[in-house]
Design a protein around this ligand. Sequence first.
Ligand code: FES
Length: 166
Amino acid sequence: MMDESRRGFIGKAFGAVAAVGGIASLIAMKKTWDPLPSVMSAGFTTVDVSGLEANKLEIVVWRGKPIFILKYSADMKPTDGRSVKIGDSYFSVMIGLCTHLGCIPGYEGEKKLFKCACHGGEYSADGVQTFGPPPRPLDIPPFKLDGVTLVLGEEGPEYKKMTAKA
Ligand code: FES
């Protein structure tokens, strides 16, 4: 009788410890799945634009999205709220997803325009829609400048100025 209840108690106690251990190992596993805190809180991508060629589209990936970086050639005019000066040159910095239904437009350097193959939408080099179904210009991702380095994912004064005007 005594023995049985003792065994019952030990059994329960062991069960409780096992359950706690199970939760602890689940927490440990979850920790390994989560991104590192530094990566999670930062979430930015840096791009040195000093080596980019004029009128040639550069595409980088930021938070899973294509980001268009287009350095203007001498004959391309910057526009307020759409072009940003980095170093001595002007650039378009935009999320490369068509504002119609999200396809990735291609850049035609000879015509200096973006064309979306999905439904024929077109945008000028600064990302303003000029033809077809796109309802608004290409979006501008949050960015800041650090010399000639573009930091995607942080809102700097240039970004705030551009988006206030856009
Ligand atoms: S998704 Fe680009 S025009 Fe429709």
